[in-house]
Ligand binder design. Structure first.
Ligand SMILES: [Zn+2]
Length: 405
């Protein structure tokens, strides 16, 4: 009898604990939902224009693929996505960089023209704040790859066109900077023009973006820039040793000292070493098979084999908790004021983390931040306030620098 009472008491206790756990999980989820609508969410890197370049879809409605559209952005509480005006690295040599930039900027302009009740262009933090109140999504513009900028007139031109950050290069060294993906080291950092450009961007009020550039180039930017800088979509190299595209602890410390912000990128290969190693092993297996069967890569047969192999050997993705781990790492290194979000939605293939598959999922990230005991005020900073602070400072410093001339 005694043991029966004990067992009964125990099961009641267990049930109560489960119910209580459920209640607290549910209430945190409700709170995360609420905060996602109350706070301004800024995401500094979304590749919609590139995604739609060859594959037009009506993003004012829910689209069958892609990771950004109006209904899902509203669902996720996204307020200020930076549309990436992405210039493929090879376009510098082809001479088409400027034409591509104009075409993609026009495309974003057309979103606003066609759907003015849904989208508006934002060229300042003040625009973002006003449009947030008005209930439209602020489309901000970032130029990913400075290839179209050849002189200071181009800087002014793209400022007038709405560009508010410039990623100095992309996957290859260009006339401005070395790239983290290119082993040529053409300039050992920035070119002479690149060094001048950093100051021109400061004076014009355009944020300098250090994502994609080499380490040497980063250290030169940080020494030259008179204004805080951003990494529009980079994560922490601490978790992916040797991956220069992510930022080392030393670089994050210097970025924070400069007042800047690192916007964490969501691609699994930016977040997880396990994913990177599995991916490398898969690539090796595919290459070995192709060479042992005398198949040339990029031919239709090779592509079919690679596609089938990937389907049969899926690699487990990172998940939303990994993004929180990267945010935690930055916070522990330099405090809460220097980290934000730069997803790279529509830009990282199918490598997005579980729980962050598209722009409707920011509440999942907020939920994990709440679970990790971040305060509402901290979450507000991560979601957008930090980036908006840097943007305002860049505007203010530009005015001061121009007044000095
Ligand atoms: Zn990129």
């Amino acid at each position: 009898m005694h043991s029966l009472i004990c067992r009964t008491t125990l099961s009641i206790l267990c049930a109560w604990t489960i119910v209580r756990g459920q209640v607290s999980t549910d209430s945190l989820k409700i709170k995360a939902e609420k905060l996602s609508k109350e706070f301004i969410i800024v995401d500094t890197h979304i590749d919609v224009p590139e995604h739609l370049r060859d594959h037009w879809q009506d993003i004012s409605h829910r689209t069958p693929d892609g990771e950004f559209d109006y209904p899902r952005a509203v669902e996720g509480g996204l307020n200020a996505p930076f549309m990436s005006i992405y210039i493929p690295a090879e376009e510098e040599k082809q001479g088409t960089a400027k034409k591509t930039a104009e075409m993609l900027i026009n495309m974003v302009g057309k979103f606003v023209k066609d759907w003015p009740d849904k989208f508006a262009i934002a060229t300042s933090p003040a625009d973002v704040a006003r449009e947030f109140k008005e209930g439209t999504i602020s489309l901000c513009l970032g130029l990913e790859n400075g290839a179209p900028i050849k002189n200071v007139r181009d800087v002014r031109h793209f400022y007038k066109r709405g560009i508010r950050y410039v990623t100095l290069t992309h996957a290859l060294d260009n006339h401005i900077s070395d790239s983290s993906y290119d082993t040529t080291h053409t300039w050992h950092g920035l070119s002479p023009f690149g060094k001048k450009l950093v100051l021109d961007l400061n004076r014009t009020g355009i944020m300098v973006d250090v994502s994609h550039i080499s380490d040497d180039a980063f250290y030169q930017v940080i020494a030259i820039s008179k204004a805080p800088i951003i990494a529009s979509h980079s994560s922490c190299r601490f978790f992916t040793p040797g991956f220069e595209r992510n930022m080392s602890d030393d670089m994050i410390r210097l970025l924070a000292k400069n007042g800047g912000v690192i916007q964490i990128s969501f691609g699994s290969d930016f977040l997880s070493q396990t994913y990177r190693e599995s991916q490398a092993a898969m690539r090796k297996n595919i290459t070995d098979y192709l060479s042992s069967h005398n198949l040339v890569s990029r031919t239709p047969e090779a592509r079919t084999f690679a596609k089938q192999y990937r389907k049969e050997h899926p690699i487990p993705h990172a998940d939303v908790k990994d993004v929180v781990a990267h945010i935690d790492h930055v916070v522990k290194l330099v405090g809460i004021d220097h980290v934000g979000l730069g997803s790279d939605f529509d830009g990282v293939g199918d490598s997005l983390p579980v729980g962050l598959e598209d722009v409707s999922k920011y509440p999942n990230l907020i939920y994990e931040l709440l679970r990790a005991s971040y305060s509402d005020e901290d979450i507000k900073k991560i979601c957008g306030e930090n980036l908006l602070r840097v943007w305002s400072q860049v505007e203010g410093i530009a005015k001061v620098l121009r007044a000095k001339k």
